[in-house]
Design a protein around this ligand. Structure first.
Ligand code: ZN
Length: 399
């Protein structure tokens, strides 16, 4: 291990806690390209573009940080080309912060042939069919060419429901790979986040937290979730990791983006999230709303509904278009996907701003009560949500 948490790697990057409410934290993450208020949702731009939303529109919404997929950028346009273009911020016309993933997860999900050994991840390129190796060093090399504010370590990803000795093996390998990533990391205007693994085993998670936290500088991620595990296991892993992690590191729970998950994880003490859900669900005509959770705009009942998606929302879509119009063009025109995506991203950003406000004012319990009432509108609140609330000390007699 060459560096530890006591070597501030750069004054450009730091995390400051502003308020604490129960387990929840409001904070400020200073990155080279922007100050990010946490808890924060990071929209995902796959190939350096957001599906259906322009960077200018994200700026308009005061989005401070995006996630870009290394795997996709590494293939097209290619990391060398991105470097030549002056880095990813310049290439995609995004002046604020960016986080890139390691590329490993996409490889696992896209490659038919994939094996992992100590050297790295061996996979068959879905573009050329040839066998390739992604090592920790190569992942860092690619991410340094891209130049995002936050890079993620390459980790040994296994399916969340995998059990047996492989879970421990993957965890140990991820720690060793973090050391290799740290050694390969040379740019001081980028920070590197370790990823806590350990499956659904709470003792292993705690053990991994200890090792990863020793090596973390600015922040840390909780990985290996949102892969089809029971929600009761999901929230307990998030709670266990947050409890075990030192307070000075922002905690990024990877792949989380459903509004209820964002709210519960934030109140459990997590700080950063990402998910393709708001833009993916927009392609199927679904808009996110506080009242009732989702609005399926393909349904005929919206054909004569001349109200906006959400009358309290200030996004461009809600200011200018009706449910009836979006219903009429839904799944026929790309503009429908664009309009819903803009609303859905704004919905997530506004939700996180409301969570921040609730933490700042000490109204977390009141916020949670109202959020659950609106989200589930008379239907029953899932048991895992009630259990998580109990664990946090919030009691709601009427759910
Ligand atoms: Zn809207």
């Amino acid at each position: 291990m060459s560096k530890n948490e006591n070597d501030d790697e750069s004054p450009m990057m730091s995390f400051k806690l502003l308020n604490i409410a129960g387990r929840a934290r409001r904070g400020q993450l200073q990155l080279p390209h922007s100050i990010v208020e946490t808890p924060v949702f990071m929209p995902v731009g796959t190939q350096g573009t957001m599906k259906g939303v322009l960077p200018e529109q994200l700026l308009e919404m005061d989005c401070r940080i995006l996630l870009c997929n290394t795997y996709h950028l590494g293939h097209r346009p290619g990391h060398n080309l991105v470097k030549k273009a002056g880095g990813i911020h310049k290439m995609m016309n995004w002046p604020r912060s960016i986080l890139t993933d390691s590329g490993g997860f996409q490889m696992v999900s896209l490659s038919k042939l994939m094996t992992v050994d100590e050297e790295g991840v061996n996979f068959e390129s879905p573009h050329t069919g040839e066998m390739m190796l992604l090592s920790p060093e190569q992942s860092i090399h690619i991410q340094q060419c891209l130049g995002a504010d936050i890079m993620m370590q390459l980790d040994h990803v296994i399916h969340v429901l995998t059990t047996g000795p492989i879970v421990r093996e993957a965890m140990g390998r991820s720690i060793r790979w973090l050391d290799r990533c740290n050694a390969a990391h040379t740019r001081d205007d980028q920070t590197l986040f370790p990823i806590v693994q350990g499956g659904l085993d709470m003792d292993m998670r705690k053990e991994c937290v200890e090792e990863m936290a020793k090596r973390a500088k600015v922040g840390i991620a909780i990985g290996g979730l949102s892969g089809g595990e029971e929600k009761s296991a999901f929230w307990r892993v998030v709670a266990t990791c947050c409890e075990a992690l030192p307070p000075h590191l922002p905690r990024y729970v990877m792949g989380v983006g459903h509004p209820i998950d964002l709210v519960i994880c934030s109140l459990l003490g997590a700080d950063m999230f990402d998910c393709v859900y708001p833009t993916r669900t927009a392609r199927f005509g679904t808009a996110l709303v506080r009242r009732g959770g989702e609005l399926r705009l393909n349904q005929n009942k919206y054909a004569n509904d001349f109200t906006p998606i959400d009358d309290k929302c200030t996004c461009e879509t809600c200011q200018n278009y009706t449910r009836a119009f979006i219903h009429a063009i839904s799944q026929k025109e790309t503009v429908a996907c664009h309009l819903i995506s803009m609303h859905n991203i704004k919905h997530q950003l506004d939700l996180m701003r409301d969570v921040q406000k609730a933490i700042a004012s000490g109204d977390a319990q009141e916020f949670l009560k109202t959020f659950l009432e609106e989200q589930y509108l008379g239907t029953s609140v899932p048991q895992w949500v009630i259990d998580a609330c109990d664990y946090m000390g919030y009691k709601f007699s009427h759910f």
